[in-house]
Design a protein around this ligand. Structure first.
Ligand code: NCD
Length: 306
């Protein structure tokens, strides 16, 4: 994996994803034991986030620092040369000269791929518009494996904004590298999955069904992946108003679920996932977020050192 870009989760084979998971287990054990690691001492990671982020940026930076490496961060627009009109391409060229790896987040689809074409060093996609968020998808599947011991043979429900959400999209794509028993795509019709995703599921001969409400399928699910309505992606604010609040998972709505149902959410949540779910045995989303550090440690090590 040394030197590789990470643009979409489909850049990886199943066995490569499993290799990342094994390395993540090792990183997790080292973190638990409080070991001080220095496999990336002398390496520099640049983060270039052109969109808001809490978890992705900070967990990448934590991962790099925990491995003994260092981080530089592109300042927000008004404090960097972008305020003077510098192009994305020139910004990436400079970061490529300073750092050994670049993590990019951008509102435009294809921005990370474009950055990877410009940069000689590896580029990791930290989210490009409505398309890909490959490291999030790896964290999500890693959490399923931790919680239930496997990824294959399970029934998955992906709930919410399947149209604009890159986390949901990437999660579904990542699932197609494995053998899920069935995927339920749960959304209001306006937020249904885009055709290319359905096509990919079909190509892989995975059973799936599009349904409107969680209620219809809750008792069958092993994993429920909840996502936020991606307000910022709606071309028309009126369209957003029509769908906001159209679904909400509460402790009450999980009654009738399997006792070991795993509820995931890439976070941030707004109102689609009620706080009363936090106290149930189903809530895995904070552990999911915490796995961001060991998983990104694993990935950075594999990309920079092999
Ligand atoms: C997601 C994102 O930015 O795509 N957040 C994350 O990275 N965990 C999900 C979202 O914003 O809804």
């Amino acid at each position: 994996m040394k030197g590789r870009d990470v643009i979409t989760v489909l850049d990886f084979s199943r066995s490569e994803v499993e290799r990342v998971f094994e390395e993540t287990d090792a990183m997790q054990r080292a973190l638990e034991r409080g070991e001080r690691l220095d496999v990336l001492r002398g390496f520099v990671m640049a983060t270039a986030f052109f969109e808001p982020s809490t978890r992705t940026k900070l967990s990448f930076q934590t991962a790099m620092l925990r491995l003994g490496g260092s981080c530089i961060d592109l300042p927000p627009e008004e404090l960097s040369s972008r305020a003077k009109g510098e192009s994305f391409a020139d910004t990436i060229r400079m970061l490529d000269a300073y750092a050994d790896v670049i993590v990019v987040r951008h509102r435009l689809e294809g921005a990370a791929r474009f950055a990877a074409e410009i940069a000689a060093h590896p580029v990791i996609n930290g989210g490009d518009g409505t398309r890909d968020h490959p490291t999030q998808a790896m964290i999500d599947l890693y959490t399923v494996r931790k919680a239930l011991g496997r990824i294959d043979g399970l029934v998955y429900g992906v709930l919410g904004d399947l149209r604009y959400g890159r986390a949901a999209r990437s999660f579904i794509l990542a699932l197609t590298l494995f053998n899920p028993k069935k995927i339920y795509l749960i959304s209001p019709p306006q937020l249904a999955s885009r055709p290319e995703i359905i096509e990919r599921i079909r190509e892989r001969s995975i059973e799936y069904e599009e349904v409107r409400s969680l209620h219809e399928v809750i008792s069958e699910l092993d994993v429920l992946y909840v996502t936020r309505v991606q307000r910022e992606r709606f071309p028309d604010p009126m369209e957003y108003e029509k769908v906001r609040g159209s679904y909400r998972v509460t402790a009450e709505s999980l009654k009738g679920a399997k006792p070991n149902l795993v509820v995931l959410h890439p976070l941030p949540r707004v109102d689609e996932l009620a706080y009363d779910v936090d106290a149930t045995q189903h809530a895995w989303y904070f552990r999911q977020a915490s796995f961001g550090v060991p998983l990104r440690m694993a990935l950075l090590k594999l990309i920079l050192r092999g």
